[in-house]
Ligand binder design. Structure first.
Ligand SMILES: NC(=O)c1ccc[n+]([C@@H]2O[C@H](COP(=O)([O-])OP(=O)(O)OC[C@H]3O[C@@H](n4cnc5c(N)ncnc54)[C@H](OP(=O)(O)O)[C@@H]3O)[C@@H](O)[C@H]2O)c1
Length: 257
């Protein structure tokens, strides 16, 4: 559905959300494969560790907060000055707080929306005009299988990810005819700082390294919907087809919630 990628050598990539977890491991992998990778997140420590392991000096650290539009614009311009165009932008940054109706917290809810949804829109504003002007390159957004249907504990996280899934579908329709690849990335459970506090069983949990390999493999193959691990995500995709009566019954039965 997208253009296949055969080699990463010297490709110019910007990963937003690269200081830990899936984004950090994807940055490591792409640097190993010879790409030039600009790393962005708020905390520099994780990004510095990745850059210090990169013997080719292909890593560029650009700290920013995705909720601050002006910081994204400054980073984009700095990266452009250094590398010219862009071959791939990956929006990985996201935040999660377990929330149900009986512990709804507006401040926490707003932070999830600001980071996961408005933050992604800030990224779009920074990179879309550039990608459209170039007429080539790719844009990948990490959503979640939690965005496929309503789930317990994901009262606000789920809706932000559902919005990103819908956003990617529309972006694909708008951008693919203009020569730009769009990737919707839906991980299942991945062991990262984001999930470290979960006190419920996480089926088919994979490492961030495995997630990064799956993500990169999906992009190389030109897939639009990159989801992993498939032994888990395929079940959730199937659940999407169930009528509400059956879906609610099944989720209650499986989670006890
Ligand atoms: N782990 C899972 O099971 C799972 C499943 C489905 C989807 N996902 C999604 O995968 C993505 C990566 O999550 P992860 O599991 O790898 O968790 P993680 O290790 O906590 O990574 C989150 C990344 O987002 C960055 N970030 C958070 N808030 C930010 C902000 N305001 N500005 C800039 N960067 C920010 C963090 O960096 P700083 O804190 O340094 O800013 C970090 O680099 C998220 O979008 C998450 O929703 C994860």
């Amino acid at each position: 559905m997208n253009r296949k990628i055969k080699a990463w050598q010297a490709r110019r990539i910007w990963i937003i959300g690269a200081s830990s977890g899936i984004g950090a491991e994807t940055a490591r992998l792409l640097l190993e494969l010879g790409a030039r990778v600009a790393l962005s997140a708020r905390n520099s420590d994780g990004m510095k560790a990745i850059a210090s392991d990169d013997c080719n000096c292909n890593a560029l650290i650009m700290p920013l907060d995705i909720t601050r539009h002006e910081e994204l614009i400054t980073a984009r311009d700095r990266r452009l000055e250094r590398w010219g165009g862009i071959d791939l932008v990956l929006v990985v940054a996201g935040t999660y707080n377990k929330m149900r109706a009986d512990n709804f917290n507006l401040a926490v809810a707003n932070n999830i929306v600001d980071t996961n949804l408005r933050g992604t829109l800030n990224c779009l504003d920074a990179v879309l005009p550039l990608l459209i002007k170039q007429g080539h390159g790719g844009l990948g957004i990490v959503a979640s299988v939690a965005g496929l249907r309503g789930l317990p504990h994901a009262l606000i996280y789920g809706p932000t990810k559902a919005a990103l899934i819908n956003l990617c579908e529309s972006l694909y329709l708008d951008l693919r005819p203009r020569g730009i690849s769009v990737y919707l990335i839906n991980p299942g459970f991945v062991a990262t700082p984001l999930t470290a506090g979960n006190d419920f069983p996480m089926p088919a949990l994979i490492s961030a390294t495995t997630a990064a390999h799956e993500l990169v493999r999906g992009i190389e193959s030109g897939e639009f919907h990159i989801h992993f691990p498939r032994r888990f995500t395929n079940w959730l995709r199937l659940l999407r087809l169930l009528p509400y009566r059956w879906y609610f019954w099944l989720i209650h039965k499986v989670t006890g919630l």
